[in-house]
Design a protein around this ligand. Structure first.
Ligand SMILES: [Zn+2]
Length: 256
């Protein structure tokens, strides 16, 4: 069994497109469907044929190309069964906690409500590969539009419990703005300071800051560090619950 090949590209204003390709079988999935033309161009560049679209959530900038990709390629649209009424063109609904067989690889649909109620992360355990959509970003997390802070905190905790060397792809290039905010919450964290310098250098060259890893996020992403003593002290929340600390950091980010 060969490793999945990954191709990440920019599209829309700040979305990432990602193609995953199983070279043994010759199938290719798009993670979300943000932009028909950008996805078709990426497929052309790689010489791959689109077989599937695997969706993290129903927002417009993640599903807009579903129908067009289905028409052009006959791609099979796969999403969270519980949210199928909101996913255009869905062919296969996968229950949270269950796997979708992508060729010889198993894609686990992990329930990650918060940004939306039906949001899932897509996890290939055998490849140590995770697609977090708009739940976790590099140095950040998605806005809590539909769920509660408690749900979002739990969703992030589930992802943070995956192995440190899990490679993480996210839905947007928000890292530079997230870095500026993270420095207001955790400025004495030397791992964060070092990472922010790397991010600034990458963005100055217009290079992507993704993928990241679970280990890197655990050491630098303030939304995964709500139990950190220095952060709690800075927020004056030494004795607060993890959820309350998370909610406060999210509230500050919303106003940042
Ligand atoms: Zn979204």
């Amino acid at each position: 069994m060969s490793a999945l090949e990954i191709y990440q590209f920019n599209c829309r204003s700040d979305n990432f497109g990602v193609l995953i390709h199983d070279p043994d079988i010759g199938i290719t999935a798009s993670i979300d469907a943000p932009d028909e033309n950008a996805i078709n161009e990426a497929l052309d560049q790689k010489g791959w044929t689109l077989s599937h679209v695997l969706l993290t959530h129903h927002h417009f900038d993640h599903v807009e190309a579903n129908i067009a990709l289905k028409q052009k390629w006959g791609a099979i649209i796969v999403g969270n069964q519980a949210d199928q009424d909101r996913i255009p063109g869905i062919d296969i609904g996968v229950a949270c906690g269950q796997h979708f067989d992508f060729g010889t690889h198993k894609a686990k649909f992990i329930d990650t409500p918060g940004h939306t109620i039906g949001h899932v992360a897509i996890y290939f355990a055998d490849q140590k590969l995770l697609f977090t959509g708009d739940t976790m970003f590099a140095l950040g997390c998605g806005r809590v539009f539909e769920g509660t802070a408690e749900q979002m905190h739990k969703s992030l905790s589930v992802l943070a419990a995956l192995p440190d060397d899990t490679v993480v792809y996210c839905g947007h290039e928000y890292t530079l703005a997230n870095a500026g905010f993270a420095m207001t919450i955790d400025p004495e964290n030397s791992a964060l300071v070092e990472r922010v310098a790397q991010i600034k250098a990458l963005r100055a060259d217009k290079l992507p800051t993704l993928p990241t890893s679970i280990g890197q996020e655990k050491s630098t992403n303030p939304f995964l560090r709500v139990d950190d003593a220095r952060i709690r002290q800075r927020l004056n929340m030494e004795n607060a619950s993890d959820v309350d600390v998370f909610a406060e950091i999210r509230r500050r980010k919303d106003e940042f």
